[in-house]
Design a protein around this ligand. Sequence first.
Ligand SMILES: Cc1ncc(COP(=O)(O)O)c(C=O)c1O
Length: 369
Amino acid sequence: MPAFSRFTPLISSLPSTVPFVGPEALERKIGSAVKARIGANENGFGPAPSVLAAICEAAADTWKYADPENFDLKAALASHLGCRPENLAIGEGIDSLLGQIVRLVIDPGLPVVTSFGAYPTFNFHVVGHGGKLVTVPYVGDREDLGGLLDAVRRENPPLVYFANPDNPMGSWWDAGDIVAFAKALPETTLMILDEAYCETAPASSTPSIEALIDMPNVIRTRTFSKAYGMAGARVGYAITTEGTAKAFDKIRNHFGMNRVAVAAATAALKDQAYLGQVVADIKASRERIAAIATANGLNALPSATNFVAIDCGRDAAYARAIVDGLLQHGVFIRMPGVEPLNRCIRISAGKEADMRLLEEALPQVLKSL
Ligand SMILES: Cc1ncc(COP(=O)(O)O)c(C=O)c1O
């Protein structure tokens, strides 16, 4: 089928790709519904009842655009975090903010440092802006802060990406190590500290807001998609210095936020009791997943996220066969994309009904291989 002939050279050179195939596409492919949706690191415990009430209340106002300054959400976040509203940028999920950050600092051909096998949507944005990915291997199934710093010193990149805790392995570093890494960076390298999963991680792994808030070359990204159970709402935020935060105004989609979703996020912040309950549910579910893995002779890795990476002890083909086999039983999970991480499968925390389906299907799949 013909395509327009005058796309930019960069766009013409890019492969047609999607960072992740969604479970809906898999359902269309297998012709049946997924029964246990525990593959996309969504949070099946869902948003708080108070959030659902806020969504209902906001729904009738959906004829209005959202406040382009996101004033109320910024104010609520600032008071929750202990920073100023000017320290924040709001976006359509972290995914959107990642694209904006890449756009702010990357010209075609410039290097960007990340870990080999880290969050693919970030890579997607880098490639989409013509950046050159420089990857550093995981060491011991964890991102290698020392290796990333060496790569930064070698390549002088405008951008380095680091997720704490990380996806897809669920590993984490202590706050002190992260702060030391940030302070060791040249001022001309911007660090994205992706904290999508910080709410489910040990408190000792999250630097305080004050620890990094004066560093113009550090942007922390957070989301309502994970612990707050609002992945479909698409609300994320960046925390940085006032000066760096202001740069987002140059390129962001000022009317991009969904008014109902912003109201939902503002309500979610107020319901910290519910968040605490869900974080406990996620922890219990992680333990349940680990127990199911152990009962099947597989090795669950420690996780600070809402998912568990499980070492299946063999190669990527074996892990892939487990992922595909589980899907035949209606259990949707995923696996890391590159070696050596792709000897693992990755299962998101979920409700007990999901865990029972996993518990039933996994031994059957393993037996059939
Ligand atoms: C490390 C990491 N960052 C960002 C995201 C996406 O967050 P959002 O839904 O806010 O775009 C994910 C989702 O899986 C993730 O694992």
